[in-house]
Design a protein around this ligand. Structure first.
Ligand code: SF4
Ligand code: SF4
Length: 409
């Protein structure tokens, strides 16, 4: 699964070390094996047959947030994250997926009975957990701070087509698992805003988990059916755009699907066509003149850049511009807003101590702003930031929720 290009590219590393200091993991560990350069050199030596694939190497390879900071800083243009993703596939082929990940991914791909586990998850989280003084944590997140599960999956609660009279646009909406199972409020806000702007919204009911977490864990064969199904459902000529409000799903549909399918030897034309139509919800909303429709919200908001939105999709200004439009809401930039929050999908439960230290710096930056809202467009970042915030009274929220609140007055 390591393409010829990547194999050749690995020799472009000039070992300059520019990728070291911006890497959040290296900053914590200060050892060469934790650095992007160190990982690239290990990969190169494995490719050249000088080193064996070992379990120790697997640990090193997975001690990475895949935040792409190394890639955007590399003067040689080396796609460090792509190289590490490809290597993950190779090591998982040899060593297999760890049990917890396998179970989670089987749920997301429908190989296990998701409704059964969701039912018991809801009973435990929504009904039993609040009754006991639970102190446990999953990774860095206290159990008490885990979000409640939606009573019903969001996709089941809404019609497939939400029509408007004389539509000004027509979009497909990819909801993602977080909105579908955990945070239906974000889906409701997204649809309500679009409808008020006069946009017809189509929400394909059979859409699947985007597959990116599975792919990034090195199990592409497991993710493939989800990806093929999503491409078939969303590559439609009769809509203007495909809107996504989850940074990770957006990165999957916009950037990762085409090259992923290419690596898997599948056709890429449809995925390429789809990727051209994908917009983060903040990009789409900026096409409208929302400003005059918004009513004041008193308070201060700061914004955290999700890696999958900023570095994977290049979306930086639009969420900020949207938030700045809300009357009386004071926007304040936090220090190092673009640095990874330390969540990294499953990274936070695989490496809780490193993750906690990275997140502590993010929390410090947030607290210095004295903001009462932290806006960010990634469910993983929201969970990580909310789970580690020490102060009460700070709301961690998706930008569309604030826009919807402002629209509703
Ligand atoms: S910045 Fe690029 S070229 Fe320099 S050490 Fe890192 S990976 Fe190699
Ligand atoms: S992807 Fe992020 S965490 Fe991983 S090596 Fe690169 S900079 Fe470090």
């Amino acid at each position: 699964m390591i393409s010829k290009n990547l194999r050749e590219e690995v020799h472009n590393c000039i070992k300059c070390g520019i990728c070291l200091t911006p890497c959040p993991v290296y900053k914590q560990r200060l050892v060469e094996v934790a650095s992007p350069r160190g990982k690239v050199q290990l990969i190169r030596n494995i490719m050249e047959g000088n080193l064996e694939l070992s379990e120790n190497f697997v640990r090193i390879l997975f001690t990475c947030l895949l935040c792409e900071t190394c890639t955007v800083n590399c003067p040689s243009g080396l796609k460090v994250d792509q190289l590490m993703k490809a290597m993950r596939v190779k090591v998982i082929e040899k060593f297999g997926l760890p049990g917890k990940k396998k179970f989670l991914f089987e749920l997301l791909t429908g190989k296990r009975l998701l409704p059964f586990y969701l039912f018991w998850g809801r009973v435990l989280r929504n009904n039993l957990l609040p009754l006991f003084p639970v102190k446990g944590k999953v990774g860095t997140i206290p159990l008490k701070k885990f979000p409640r599960l939606n009573r019903q999956p969001f996709l089941k609660k809404i019609p497939e087509v939400i029509s408007v009279p004389e539509p000004k646009g027509r979009v497909l909406y990819f909801t993602g698992c977080a909105t579908n199972y955990l945070d239906g409020e974000i889906g409701r806000a997204t649809i309500e805003i679009l409808v008020r702007l006069g946009v017809e919204v189509i929400v394909p009911k059979d859409q699947m988990c985007c597959g990116l977490p599975i792919f990034l864990a090195g199990a592409p064969k497991m993710a493939l059916p989800n990806i093929l199904k999503n491409v078939a459902l969303f590559n439609r000529w009769d809509v203007d755009v495909v809107v996504v409000e989850c940074a990770t799903c957006g990165a999957a549909l916009k950037k990762e699907y085409p090259h992923f399918l290419k690596e898997m030897g599948e056709k890429t034309e449809e995925a390429m066509a789809l990727s051209q139509k994908v917009l983060d919800i903040s990009q789409y909303l900026m096409k409208f003149d929302l400003g005059k429709m918004l009513k004041p919200i008193k308070g201060k908001v700061t914004y955290h850049d999700p890696c999958h939105l900023l570095r994977s999709q290049g979306v930086k200004d639009e969420p900020r511009a949207l938030l700045r439009q809300i009357p009386e809401l004071d926007f304040v930039e936090m220090a190092e807003a673009d640095v990874c929050c330390g969540g990294g999908g499953t990274f936070q439960w695989e490496h809780p101590r490193i993750s906690e230290n990275i997140t502590a710096q993010k929390i410090e930056s947030i607290e210095k702003t004295k903001a009462n809202f932290v806006a960010t467009g990634c469910p993983g970042c929201r969970l990580q930031i909310f789970g580690n915030l020490k102060k009460d009274g700070v709301e961690v929220i998706h930008p569309v929720q604030l826009i919807f609140r402002s629209l509703s007055g």
